[in-house]
Design a protein around this ligand. Structure first.
Ligand code: CP3
Length: 355
């Protein structure tokens, strides 16, 4: 842990801060010319597996934007490789897993004894932590069991998750075993990142919103709880992020992650109300707001801040990752507006400035 007194780490712990911390999912990505320049020379996996490059991409994005945290440049799917599943990123198509998992035999073959083969991510974390020292906290991350299982079963991105649900409903014991194996690997992977200097961990459950609340409670929550309690044991605050999760919040609370990330499909004041006083909330501007004219973008940023109303434990973010076509100057305007507006607003919580 390198920056425990930063506004970001304090907000994760619901300690009042002078201005609202902000960082953005996919802040190092294709929208940024500096990133595209590195990508011209290297594939995404080459960047991930070369700690110097991964650290450079992480640091460049955080410094260019002036955000309050640096998320380590890596990918959700890296642990699949050490579990024995090969995959590649095809240009314009997204990830493709060579032999997707479809039955209990394939699940029995999943390896859980090599999480240290992901050491290149921790190496990059320690380089970034050394670079920023007390100036900026570092976020480590891993995938949640449901979202990783869905990639392993579907073989790539999906709209319906029908193969995932076929296995989940058809062979609940095999499903549970799959999630247990994922948790065994990613909990160690995330703990390595904390040992290397990550201040906070984010768990991405990007596709959990495809589940009914009762399926989430029955098939996903138990192993998600195991993962989050293991991550909390590292001492780092844990952010649990899922899109389209408003109706799942009563169950998501039970994970006991300190911070819950929500997307724009719920108003952030409603999320605070539903979660109650024991949770910080991260979010939740629609990434498409970055395509609006600057005046409208700034208005929407202020609206999120007004709804969050200076509550201790608000971390500003988008509701999902920055889209590749996003203009960089709009991202800079967003960050400027969060800092400037929250600095005046947080100091006078009773003010009623119109948004
Ligand atoms: O946020 C950051 O700046 C850190 C880097 C980061 C990446 N992937 C780098 C990346 C993070 C946090 C991720 C997480 C990730 N990866 C998620 C969860 C977040 C989410 O969006 O819900 C998921 C689902 C993945 C799997 C994945 N990796 C997909 C679906 C894709 C897109 C493929 C495409 O062509 O659009 C990737 C590739 C990827 N990972 C990119 C980046 C910046 C973009 C592709 C590139 O550089 O070619």
């Amino acid at each position: 842990m390198s920056a425990p007194d930063s506004i970001f780490v304090r907000a994760c712990r619901r300690i009042p801060v002078e201005s609202t911390p902000v960082w953005l999912m996919r802040q190092a990505g294709r929208y940024m010319p500096e990133y595209r320049r590195v990508r011209k020379q290297h594939s995404i996996l080459e960047i991930c597996k070369n700690p110097e490059l991964a650290a450079e991409v992480t640091v460049t994005a955080a410094e260019r934007l002036g955000v309050d945290a640096a998320i380590i440049f890596a990918d959700l799917l890296l642990p699949l490789e050490v579990m024995g599943l090969d995959f590649e990123f095809r240009e314009g198509e997204g990830p493709k897993i060579a032999s997707p998992i479809r039955d209990s035999n394939a699940i029995a073959r999943i390896k859980t004894d090599r999480p240290e083969d992901l050491g290149y991510v921790s190496e990059a974390v320690s380089m970034v932590a050394r670079h920023f020292a007390h100036r900026l906290p570092v976020i480590g991350f891993c995938g949640a069991p449901f979202t990783l299982a869905s990639y392993m079963i579907e073989g790539g991105g999906s709209r319906q998750y029908s193969e995932t649900k076929r296995l989940m409903y058809g062979d609940p014991e095999a499903w549970e075993e799959l999630l247990r194996r994922i948790v065994r690997v990613v909990s160690q992977f995330a703990a390595q990142q904390v040992s290397a200097g990550a201040d906070v961990l984010q768990v991405f459950d990007s596709w959990a919103g495809s589940l009914s609340p009762s399926d989430y409670a029955r098939f996903v929550l138990p192993q998600t709880k195991v993962l989050i309690s293991e991550l909390k044991a590292t001492g780092a605050p844990v952010i649990y992020f899922a899109t389209d999760s408003a109706m799942l919040l009563p169950y998501i609370k039970q994970t006991r992650a300190e911070v819950i990330g929500v997307d724009w499909r719920i108003a952030i004041d409603d999320a605070f109300e539903m979660l109650g006083p024991n949770f910080a909330v991260q979010g939740n501007l629609d990434p498409a707001a970055l395509f609006a004219p600057e005046r409208e973008l700034r208005r929407q940023v202020r609206e999120v801040l007004e709804r969050a109303a200076g509550r201790a434990g608000h971390i500003f973010n988008l509701g999902h990752g920055i889209l590749p076509e996003t203009p960089v100057e709009n991202v800079l305007a967003l960050i400027d507006e969060v800092h400037a507006y929250s600095a005046t607003r947080n100091q006078s919580p009773s003010s009623s400035v119109a948004f």
